[in-house]
Design a protein around this ligand. Structure first.
Ligand code: UFG
Length: 331
């Protein structure tokens, strides 16, 4: 069975990717420092290395021991808002951590990598849809830290013979439809899980960060892609790069092509939960782009990927079902 090293594999998206890899006949090997991930988010039969990507010795030991055929590199700090307060941590973990990983890969002759990049790379545009030909103009250090890694990987492909796809995620949402894993950040900062916490009274309602943006209802617009679809895109990307024989680098958006405003998402959360949790208006959150909607055409043409879930109500319903059956047990 081919081994795939998944850095950050115990996290929200990573744990869904591990399920998809197993279903597709791969053996995921997870490396995670558990700063945000959970050991019990992945099945006990998956080899697990408790380590940090900033630790080169741990990376070398992992490559020596498991000799993975490829890497899916997810380990990162992910909160765009937080990156406006602590930019150094984002460059340290996301940028230098990724450099460490690329060097370990080069040293151990593992040259295939699927990188988890982000829509935050595009920053503010007045476009209805974003495609991969647009220049990187991130609004925040989080997006810049990821853009730098894309640049490094492109150079490793051109000059060291790597093969890679950077998947630019739009807003991951939802949970495994069979409720095996889901979103469990602590502290939580993302819109949908925060709304669900508000619904069960574990927060005092939900604040909308900014109601005066240039959008139909004044709130920011995002493209919420189901995490199960996002995980499936990784397997497609992996198959694509392992099928290539020449050095190769490409960036691919993973989103639905449909936008939802913050207010629309909150109304859907109220509808799905059946709970009228309080919603109030607050100041804009620094570093937030107004609107991020994917043009997913390239994902379809290059990877033959299309989202299975396009109704945000269903995505939220899966998040809610997971929350009700799992997270609430530990309350
Ligand atoms: N929001 C609120 N109130 C809250 C929390 C969020 O109004 O309490 C708003 C934000 O201001 C933003 C939207 O909801 O307009 C979505 O915010 P999230 O924090 O859920 O997600 P972001 O769009 O900031 O970022 C997420 C991931 C990034 C990823 C990006 C891609 O955290 O890693 O999506 O679009 F890069």
């Amino acid at each position: 069975m081919e081994k795939i090293l998944v850095t950050g594999g115990a996290g929200y998206i990573g744990s869904h990717i591990c399920l998809k890899l197993q279903e597709s006949g791969y053996l995921p090997v997870v490396l995670d420092n558990l700063s945000n991930g959970h050991r019990d988010a992945i099945s006990g039969d998956i080899p697990f290395v408790h380590a940090d990507i900033r630790n080169r010795t741990a990376l070398d030991d992992t490559f020596k021991k498991f000799q993975p055929a490829a890497v899916i590199h997810m380990a990162a700090l992910i909160e765009a808002g937080l990156s406006m307060q602590e930019p150094a941590s984002f460059y340290e973990v996301n940028t230098t951590g990724s450099f460490n990983l690329l060097e370990a890969m080069r040293h151990h002759e593992c040259r295939q990598i699927v990188f988890s990049s982000t829509a935050a790379i595009y920053g503010n545009t007045n476009l209805d849809m974003l495609d991969e030909t647009l220049p990187a103009q991130p609004e925040n250090p989080y997006g810049r830290s990821k853009a730098m890694v894309e640049t490094m990987i492109a150079d490793y492909c051109a000059l060291y013979g790597f093969r890679s796809i950077a998947l630019r995620y739009f807003n991951a949402a939802g949970a495994d439809p069979s409720r095996r894993t889901g979103e469990r950040h602590d502290p939580e900062t993302h819109l949908i899980p925060l709304a669900l916490l508000a619904a069960v009274g574990r927060r005092d309602g939900l604040k909308i960060f900014g109601n005066d943006y240039d959008t139909p209802d004044g709130t920011c617009i995002r493209d919420y892609v189901h995490v199960d679809d996002l995980a499936a895109a990784h397997v497609r990307a992996l198959e694509h790069i392992t099928g290539e024989t020449k050095p190769f680098f490409d960036c691919v958006n993973i989103g639905t092509g449909k936008g939802c405003s913050v207010r629309e998402i909150l109304m859907l959360c109220r509808e799905v939960t059946g709970i009228e949790f309080p919603i109030s208006d607050a100041a804009r959150r620094p570093g937030d782009p107004v609107k991020l909607i994917a043009n997913p055409a390239k994902a379809n043409s290059l990877l033959n990927w299309k989202p299975k879930y396009t109704d945000p109500r269903e995505t939220i319903a899966h998040a809610w079902a997971y929350y009700c059956s799992n997270a609430r047990k530990s309350e």
